[in-house]
Design a protein around this ligand. Structure first.
Ligand code: ADP
Ligand code: MG
Length: 156
């Protein structure tokens, strides 16, 4: 069950949430972005990367076909994954998820496609789109090993 739930009114509020997370992100952080098509996983990722880079124009292409796009942003390398088209678990290894997540931070869209191959220690942000409007609910959940890593940073 979620240890924190955030009600998001519109896209601007989602951008602000991404900015808040960008401000506390550190090496080894893995964020699994769960949610249906159009929930806002890419919108969140783009906003987080732009905020971290301090560049509102930073190009953040969807890694739909490459599966991962890596951004070297000074003090932190952030890897943006989209596993929707992952075909077999071996591909995760080839993409270097474990290494990238150890030395940098990782944002992972469609984590459900990873066949339990995600780093054990991760934060799940589940984006829920209730109706047709711009509102979203974001549930925060931790994998069993992740509590000590995130607890003190995400209590607001
Ligand atoms: P996903 O990557 O989850 O498939 P996207 O981020 O690509 O979703 O698309 C989300 C769409 O919903 C975008 O067109 C965005 O402008 C729109 N949108 C509307 N309200 C919100 C919101 N509160 N948070 C995120 N995106 C929103
Ligand atoms: Mg997406």
């Amino acid at each position: 069950s979620p240890f924190r739930t955030v009600e998001i009114a519109d896209e601007d509020a989602m951008v602000r949430l991404a900015e808040d997370i960008a401000a506390i992100l550190k090496p080894g952080d893995v964020i699994a972005l769960s949610g249906d098509l159009g929930a806002g996983k890419s919108t969140f990722s783009r906003a987080l990367l732009r905020s971290f880079a301090g560049d509102p124009e930073l190009e953040v292409p969807s890694p739909t076909f490459t599966l991962v796009q890596t951004y070297e942003l000074g003090r932190l390398t952030i890897s943006h994954f989209d596993l929707y088209r992952l075909e077999e678990p071996e591909e995760l290894e080839e993409l270097g998820l474990d290494e990238l997540a150890e030395t940098g931070a990782a944002l992972i869209e469609w984590p459900e496609r990873a066949w339990d191959g995600l780093p054990r220690d991760h934060l799940v942000m589940r984006i829920i789109q209730g109706g047709e409007d711009d509102r979203r609910t974001v549930d925060f959940e931790l994998s069993p090993d992740a509590a000590t890593r995130w607890e003190t940073r995400l209590t607001r």
